[in-house]
Ligand binder design. Sequence first.
Ligand SMILES: Cc1ncc(COP(=O)(O)O)c(C=O)c1O
Length: 357
Amino acid sequence: MSIESLARPEIVAMKPYSSARKEAPGRGVLLNANESPWSLLGEDELNRYPEPQPGELVARLAKLYDVPEPRLLVTRGSDEGIDLLTRVFCRAGQDAILHCPPTFGMYRIAAQTQGADIVSVPRDAQTGFRLDTDGVVRAIGSDPRIKLVFLTSPNNPTGDVIDSSSLARILEATAGRALLIVDEAYAEYCEQPSAAGLIDQREHLVVLRTLSKAWAGAGLRCGTVLAQEPVIDLLRRIIAPYPLASPVTSLANRMLEGEIMQRQQEMLRAVRRNKRRLLEMLQDRPFVSEIWPGEANFVLLKATQPGEMLSFCASRGVILRGYPNDPSLSGCIRISVGSDDDLTALEAALDAWEAQS
Ligand SMILES: Cc1ncc(COP(=O)(O)O)c(C=O)c1O
């Protein structure tokens, strides 16, 4: 079965929009895009539309993620990648996505926005929130509506990674039936090799990467979809004509230059060091009944009075993430690994909470 046959037929049949910059990417007297010939700020050629897929950034990201350039699409964060995939592959009222909650919430939002159904194969706190690989394989085999399977490694908010045998089983189960999307937003923090190495052999595998987390670029909104050309070509059909603003592209290019890349490695070491400190400061707290350290830049814990603890910390200016509306994360709080100063402020708040509770 071809990738096109999994996509919405109307997207496959659609004649894509052809932007001015795409039709005539070269330089010259540019009178083809109704732009202003003058720039008010005089920098970054803001009067001109940007390249639809900026060549220098594409080349840098292809090198970073070790894939050929045609197998890569740069997007406004991974959020846009998730949205594009759902819009291309799920017909409203007919198709479904599969996800494994508790997990990142945007898979559900993208599906609901598109009118696709959501098949959930939950992770159970009793089993340490482990992925239910048998359940995922069973669901894929029994429900032909499932067109996208979202796995997250490391998972947010539980921090666990997908082991290679589970990945292999789910890749096999999805072949010819659905796309398997491995969201690696936190991959740089863990030892597990990227699933991108398998893209060569698997036309239905998609990997999502982002500069938001380990590249300290959440404000840039720059993500990357990695997949074989048929998937990328389908996403290109519906992506906005100019997804990346010129200043974003300039900043992302600067971030991926040699010297900053070295600083990024130092930053990853600092995250590892501070995570150890965070785990130490959580240990033996009477109000913490369980800790899931995970393999990302956050820690999940179970607290005895989560709502009160969150409000107490917030009143001292320390903002943590709670899940009051998610029964599968009842009592849980997620804490991101912050700077040294952030952790000192957190420790003071936890000490004060312990003293008064
Ligand atoms: C698992 C996961 N995927 C994707 C994202 C969104 O990434 P981006 O900032 O690139 O849109 C997040 C953000 O928290 C996330 O946790």
